[in-house]
Design a protein around this ligand. Structure first.
Ligand code: MRU
Length: 341
């Protein structure tokens, strides 16, 4: 399985997701600022992977921090990492976890604090892989045998520390013997589906067909698609789901065609402090991602552009939310709370 992110003696090593699938290159981040840049520039992306990167960013920041005003430096490190991408709540979850550990170590020798934070960041990574395997196990039973699974964006090993959430469900369904194949939406504008999902599933020998985003309705109407499985960047208490832009359209098409629409995500993607998805901040990215395709201009100079990186799928379109602790079904306001407790 591909290594998305690792803690090494040299620094935090990440596979460069801006260069896949044509080049398999690795980036080593030696400072917390470099980790922040890697998250912002999407060298690493996907909600759980962003969380792991943030935890390692805090650890590497404290590892290189001086003893003077350590509290102030930790604040700066955490603020810098928190300002990278606003939508994936796993970023804030991971920073919060590292901050709480730091607070609990107040007054201890700095070497001990550093070692504990480095260990914790590695634990966040290891736990994420175990969580994804549990999500896979819980979701595999829901996948109809002998049909095609449609997915959007990349919620795979590359979007996590390993195995994946949505792609974890697909992997587990295949491991359990189900004869399924995958349709991957290309996922304009950043092409996570075309570049990352197809590449990752090819490595595993899982039969995968690439379609452009606007083909999803055509294939759902054909009866070939057994279910949709996607990941999530943040899930509100009522079950509204923020995920890669285009997910909402897929969900509406799924409902219209009686195709189950599943969301696979760890508990750390739940934000029960928000009553609905309307409160989820949506990242706006550079217009160049829309006007250009990998450096090639495809729209007239001066074109007005909107580029929201995520949309919110209302909970009424979500058949079930698959987590490591079990599967939630409507009414989510009750079932998500139960899962967390
Ligand atoms: O902008 P990205 O590539 O970080 O967006 C990723 C997604 O929307 C994923 O579907 C989501 O983070 C879940 S990843 C397991």
């Amino acid at each position: 399985m591909v290594e998305t992110i690792q803690w090494t003696a040299d620094g935090v090593v990440m596979i460069d997701q801006t260069r896949l699938p044509l080049t398999e290159a690795y980036v080593t981040c030696r400072t917390y600022e470099e980790v922040a840049t890697a998250i912002r520039d999407m060298i690493i992306r996907g909600a759980p992977a962003i969380g792991v990167a943030a935890a390692m960013g805090v650890a590497i920041g404290v590892l290189h921090a001086g003893e003077q005003d350590l509290d102030g430096q930790v604040e700066t490190i955490c603020d810098t990492l928190a300002r990278t991408r606003p939508t994936a709540v796993n970023l804030f979850w991971a920073i919060g976890r590292m901050k709480r550990l730091y607070s609990s170590l107040k007054g201890r020798p700095i070497a001990e604090i550093r070692a504990a934070l480095v260990e914790e960041a590695q634990r966040v990574r290891e736990e994420d892989i175990a969580i994804n395997r549990a999500i896979g196990r819980n979701g595999a039973v829901l996948v109809p045998d002998g049909k095609t699974v449609l997915t959007h964006c990349n919620a795979g090993a590359l979007a996590t520390a390993g195995y994946g959430t949505a792609l974890g469900v697909i992997r587990a369904a295949r491991e359990s013997g189900k004869a399924i194949d995958v349709f991957a939406d290309e996922t304009r504008p950043f092409l996570q589906g075309a570049r990352l999902t197809v590449w990752e599933l090819q490595q595993d020998g899982i039969p995968t067909t690439l379609i452009t985003d606007n083909m999803a309705g055509h294939f759902m109407k054909s009866g070939r698609i057994g279910c949709v499985v996607v990941g999530a960047d943040r899930i509100a208490a009522n079950g509204d789901v923020a995920n890669k832009v285009g997910t909402y359209s897929v969900a509406v098409l799924a409902k219209e065609n009686n195709v189950p629409f599943f969301v696979a995500a760890p508990i750390s993607t739940l934000d029960l402090s928000l009553t609905s998805g309307d409160q989820i901040p949506i990242e706006q990215r550079s217009p160049a991602e829309v006007t250009h395709v990998f450096g090639h201009q495809v729209a007239p100079t001066g074109t007005a552009v909107q580029n929201p990186a995520f949309d919110v799928t209302p909970c009424r379109y979500v058949t079930a939310i698959i987590t490591e602790k079990g599967v939630a079904r409507p009414p989510y306001t009750e079932t998500l709370k139960q899962l967390v407790s």
